[in-house]
Ligand binder design. Structure first.
Ligand code: 0GY
Length: 305
C-alpha cells in the first residue's frame, strides 16, 4: 500500500501517513469480522477536501482500504466521514457504492440537508450521522441543530455517532443522555488512561452506558489513547476490557485507518488487530464485538430471521 499526496492538495507538513507495510496479525479474525471505524481520505483531486477542514491529510482511498481489509482478515467496513471532508460525503459514498454491500457509512450532515439527500445517503448505505465535539477538528454545530438532526434521522432508523474528549463529558452528559435512538461513542469517550479505570473520569462514562441502554461505545484507538505506545498498548487494555465485559452487546471495534492526526508514528494495523483478544478474551466476546454487534447495527437485514 502506498501513500500519496494529491497533486491539488498539499498535505500538512508534519502529517504522518498510514503504515505502508503493516504486520500480519497473529490473531485470526473470525470470519465475518467488521472493521467498524475507518475513514477514506480523497483522493483529493477526485474528492476535494473541505474548505473548512482543520487538516489536510495524505490521500487514503477506497482501494487502499479494501487492500487493508483483506490483508488483516476483515470482511466488512464501516466508513466514518472524516472531518477533512466536512459535510461533503462523496468520497465515503463512492466507497460504499463500490463495496458490493460490504461497507456501510456514517455521514456528516448540515442543518440544511434535505429529506431527499438523507434518502440518497441511506440508499448508498449510510446508517448514521456523526456529531463531533472535538474542538481541534471542527466548529461544533449548535446543540439545538444537532437535536433537530437527531430527530430527523429517526425515520431512517439511523443512529448517532458522537465524538468528544473525556473532559467534555460532564457538560455534554445530559445532551447525550437525551438523544433518541442508538448513540455510539467514539473511542470510549477518549479517557485519559493515566487516570485510574475506577476513577471519576472513566466512571462517569461507564455510568452513562449503565444508565442509558441506548448508548454504545467503540473500544477503539489504543494508538491514540496510550501513553506507553504500541505495539502492546497495555495501558489502554483495562479501559477497553471493562467496557467489553460490562456491556458486551454494545461495543464495536475498528482500526481507525488511516489514523488521522497521529503525532508520533504511524500505527501498525496488524498490532491493532492483536489488541482485540486482549480486550475481548473469550471467543464469545470476540464474536459479539466483531460480528454480532456491528451486524445488528449496520446490516440488520442480514441477521433478521
Ligand atoms: C478518528 C479521530 C480523529 C479524527 C477524525 O474525522 C476526523 O478527522 O475522526 C482524531 O483526530 O482524533 O476517529 O479518526
Amino acid at each position: 500500500m502506498s501513500a500519496s499526496a494529491s497533486p491539488t492538495f498539499k498535505m500538512d507538513p508534519n502529517w504522518i501517513c498510514f503504515h505502508p507495510n503493516p504486520a500480519k496479525p497473529r490473531f485470526l479474525l473470525p470470519t465475518g469480522a467488521v472493521d467498524a471505524h475507518c475513514h477514506v481520505f480523497g483522493p483529493g483531486d477526485v474528492f476535494p477536501y473541505a474548505p473548512e477542514r482543520k487538516y489536510t491529510p495524505c490521500d487514503a482511498g477506497k482501494e487502499q482500504l479494501w487492500a487493508l481489509r483483506d490483508f488483516l482478515g476483515f470482511s466488512r467496513n464501516v466508513i466514518v466521514q472524516a472531518t477533512c471532508h466536512g459535510a461533503d460525503n462523496r468520497a465515503m459514498v463512492d466507497a460504499l457504492l463500490s463495496s458490493n454491500g460490504t461497507a456501510r457509512g456514517v455521514a456528516t450532515v448540515k442543518h440544511s440537508v434535505s429529506e431527499r439527500e438523507l434518502d440518497d445517503l441511506d440508499a448508498a448505505g449510510v446508517r448514521g450521522v456523526r456529531f463531533n465535539f472535538v474542538k481541534r477538528l471542527v466548529d461544533a454545530l449548535p446543540m439545538d441543530t444537532l437535536a433537530e438532526i437527531a430527530r430527523r434521522i429517526q425515520r431512517l432508523n439511523w443512529h448517532i455517532v458522537i465524538y468528544f474528549e473525556a473532559q467534555e463529558l460532564p457538560e455534554l452528559y445530559d445532551f447525550i443522555a437525551g438523544l433518541p435512538g442508538i448513540v455510539v461513542v467514539d473511542h470510549m469517550g477518549r479517557p485519559d488512561v493515566a487516570k485510574p479505570v475506577d476513577g471519576p473520569e472513566f466512571q462517569l462514562f461507564v455510568r452513562l452506558l449503565r444508565e442509558q441502554s441506548n448508548i454504545w461505545s467503540k473500544v477503539t484507538c489504543p494508538e491514540r489513547l496510550s501513553k506507553q505506545g504500541g505495539p502492546g498498548y497495555d495501558d489502554v487494555v483495562p479501559f477497553a476490557r471493562r467496557l467489553v465485559e460490562q456491556f458486551p452487546d454494545r461495543v464495536l471495534s475498528g482500526t481507525d485507518w488511516p489514523h488521522p492526526n497521529m503525532t508520533a508514528a504511524a500505527p501498525d494495523d496488524g498490532a491493532l488487530v492483536d489488541f482485540i483478544p486482549k480486550i475481548a478474551v473469550t471467543s464469545a466476546l470476540q464474536n459479539k464485538l466483531l460480528i454480532d454487534n456491528p451486524m445488528r447495527l449496520y446490516w440488520p437485514e442480514a441477521v433478521r430471521p
